[in-house]
Design a protein around this ligand. Structure first.
Ligand code: PLP
Ligand code: COI
Length: 363
């Protein structure tokens, strides 16, 4: 295994050995290619450079106590990437090709998968871009799909320590019926100004309100939002947020813990009633929120009065990590395993999911 200071890793880029690439030409996807170059050579008139034909994904591989490497719910990322392709008129990559590419790139970079319980993971970054020389505004004739991997630690500096977020009504990351529900680069470019303002004022992220009425909670920087009140797990339903795979898992785990899950429009004022709140996502995992500052109205909502993560967030965090590493309950998919090192994890402590993420049994 690579000799890195795993527990000190931040969320940055570290060179690994290989990436994988695949081209869509003449209406079909070609063979998966392996490259050791970090460079891509593309035409200056490619649509990804001018018209934003670009989508990406983010998922993680973990090493379990048994030494096996597990990838968390990659079929969900594959399907979300297809939805991104439909949203910006790119070619759709079949789920099986996405999964094969993930298996291959992780296997090739196995020495960068952090040790069990090091607090780090191998971050897997698939992306797709429109290629081919073109100046008219129309979909590209060719596409490239690629995946690189890099070992990472926590996305937010404090990791699981609560941090402050702010509301800035002047900025939206996506339009009401725009591209918020898909994972395209433009959404992230649109979030940079507000994000930098928030960071410069000492906030971890912007808590966006719905772009149409500014009445409801949307999501939080590069992560979904959830609040805990009493026995309820409350998370926004909106036409402008990314459907988070982590949030979906947390909703299942919350139900398993006996909580009631409410996925609905959440009026902004409701934050005053939350016992706990957090951001959640692949990179963020669960990042508890200590305080929400409304910078327009000059109001502060303190969520974590003692500055510590709340008990429900803490329990969810441990259950999520356990299900990602699956120390005890795993669902293996032998037919798709590569040299028996891959298991596809769909499990909470009690819940076992099929590849389609439907509950098939409790253990
Ligand atoms: N929301 C946004 C805007 C994101 O970029 C991400 C990260 O992928 C999420 C939410 C969390 O989604 P997931 O849990 O699938 O990583
Ligand atoms: C992830 O959580 O994987 C993301 O894609 C967030 C990213 C923008 C850092």
């Amino acid at each position: 295994m690579e000799n890195l200071n795993w527990s000190e890793l931040g969320f940055g880029y570290i060179k690994t050995d290989y990436n994988v690439r695949c081209y869509y030409r003449d209406g079909k996807w070609g063979e998966l290619e392996v490259s050791s170059s970090e460079i891509i050579n593309i035409h200056m008139a490619a649509t990804c450079l001018h018209y934003g034909q670009e989508s990406f994904e983010g998922l993680k591989a973990f090493r379990g106590k048994d030494g096996k490497i597990r990838v968390f719910r990659m079929d969900e990322n594959a399907k979300r990437m297809q939805s991104s392709s439909r949203g910006i008129k790119m070619a759709e990559l079949p789920v099986e090709m996405f999964e094969e590419a993930v298996r291959k790139v992780v296997k090739l970079n196995e020495r960068f998968v952090p040790p069990y319980e090091s607090g780090a993971a191998l971050y897997i970054r698939p992306l797709m871009i429109g290629l081919g020389a073109q100046v008219g505004v129309k979909p590209a004739p060719e596409y490239m799909f690629m995946i690189f991997v890099t070992p990472v630690g926590p996305y937010f500096k404090g990791g699981f320590q609560p941090s402050k977020v702010c509301v800035l009504r002047e900025y939206d990351r996506a339009a009401p019926n725009g591209t918020g529900t898909i994972k395209v680069g433009g959404n992230y470019a649109a979030s940079l100004v507000a994000g930098e303002i928030a960071h410069s004022k000492g906030y971890a992220a912007v808590l966006y309100l719905d772009p149409k009425e500014k009445k409801y909670l949307d999501e939080c920087g590069p992560a979904n939002f959830f609040g805990i009140r009493g026995n309820s797990y409350i998370t926004p339903q909106s036409h402008s947020i990314l459907p988070s795979i982590t949030n979906k898992s947390l909703q299942q785990l919350a139900e398993d813990m006996g909580l009631t899950v409410e996925r609905r429009p959440v009026p902004f004022e409701e934050i005053a009633t939350f016992d706990e709140a957090a951001e959640c996502g692949t990179a963020a995992v669960i990042a508890p929120i200590s305080q929400i500052d409304d910078l327009d109205e000059n109001k502060s909502f303190v969520i974590a009065k003692d500055g510590k993560p709340g008990p429900v967030c803490e329990k969810l965090y441990h259950k999520l990590r356990a299900s990602s590493m699956a120390t005890s309950r795993i669902l293996t998919d032998g037919s798709r395993s590569l040299n028996n090192i891959f298991c596809f994890v769909r499990t909470g402590v009690r819940s076992v999911f099929t590849r389609q993420n439907t509950l098939i049994g409790n253990c």
